[in-house]
Design a binder for this molecule. Structure first.
Ligand SMILES: C[S@@+](CC[C@H](N)C(=O)[O-])C[C@H]1O[C@@H](n2cnc3c(N)ncnc32)[C@H](O)[C@@H]1O
Length: 286
């Protein structure tokens, strides 16, 4: 690894080290995955409870005509990854996606050994981008691991993990995306093959014995203390020297931040944490 060739993971141009064709492909891929490229065609359902006069005032009219009440997306919210987009394959915003891109590109170009993984993939967008990096750079060795329950967040266990108290999001339907849907999303981009490896189930069951040998990029996006800690304990020791640990929810979820801080303190990890945006962080393992 040559540090002089390797700018920080949140450097403004994550594609700066690439040849033009790879750069154009990955730029298009990232803008498709977020829908930034055609945000004008992305329509959000309006919460009917927000309608003046309430849901009852508008629902009968919609039902009578078979209408939906929709609004345009907010480009700033999409850019910052503060929304739940209707069709985009990732809810992650542009800076965090660029950080993932930069880490994967640097890992390949700097010969950092190991696979890429995201724990908490939702519709799979970040892992699709990871596989796209391998395709663009002609890497024929690494795997991309896709770890999720594929049924949303777990019911929290505040007795064991007090930081997760009050964070029961297990019923939130939009977070439940099945593995078949994620495979279909990979296929949409022509990126599903046997180097895309699915780890289906709760992290506490799938990650400790997962056949992952070595990692160059570990991306955590499980929101809760338990989900973050389970992933760190099982996978952070497998991150190679020069590899990256990327955390999506550090600023946005106190539960996640507590898990990261606890884990780093327990293991004596002092690699500096770099802020990516309002919530994401990254550190590079020395
Ligand atoms: C915020 S979403 C991830 C967003 C995604 N990275 C993206 O690019 O849009 C969180 C995901 O973590 C998963 N998840 C959270 N805790 C989990 C756990 N303990 N075991 C398995 N999956 C979990 C959920 O099913 C959900 O898909």
């Amino acid at each position: 690894m040559n540090d002089a060739d390797s700018p920080p993971a949140s450097s403004p141009d994550p594609l700066g080290r690439l040849e033009p064709a790879a750069r154009a492909y990955l730029d298009l891929l990232r803008r498709c995955l977020t829908r930034e490229a055609f945000l004008d065609q992305e329509w959000w359902d309006v919460r009917l409870d927000d309608w003046p006069g309430g849901r009852d005032a508008v629902q009968p009219v919609l039902a009578e005509h078979g209408w939906r009440l929709v609004r345009r997306g907010d480009p700033a919210a999409r850019d910052e990854g503060r929304d739940w987009p209707p069709t985009a394959e990732t809810m992650v915003g542009s800076k965090r996606l660029d950080c993932a891109l930069r880490c994967c590109i640097d890992a390949v170009l700097d010969d950092v050994p190991g696979d890429f993984i995201e724990t908490g993939v939702w519709r799979g967008g970040v892992t699709i981008l990871m596989r796209g990096v391998l395709a663009a750079l002609g890497d024929e060795e690494r795997n991309v691991w896709v770890a999720d329950s594929f049924e949303g967040l777990p019911v929290p266990d505040p007795e064991r993990y007090p930081a997760d108290a009050g964070l029961d999001w297990s019923d939130v339907g939009v977070l439940k995306v099945g593995a078949d849907q994620v495979r279909a999303n990979f296929e949409r981009y022509g990126l599903l093959d046997d180097r895309v490896r699915f780890l289906e189930g709760w992290f506490c069951d799938t990650l400790p014995d997962a056949p992952v040998e070595q990692l160059a990029v570990l991306r955590l996006d499980g929101d809760l203390y338990q989900s973050t800690m389970d992933a760190l304990v099982a996978l952070e020791p497998k991150v190679s020297r020069g590899g990256f640990v990327v955390v999506d929810d550090y600023g946005g979820w106190a539960s996640c931040r507590a898990a990261v801080d606890d884990y780093r303190a327990e293991r004596g990890i002092t690699d500096p944490i770099e802020a990516v945006d309002w919530t994401g962080v990254v550190w590079r393992k020395t």
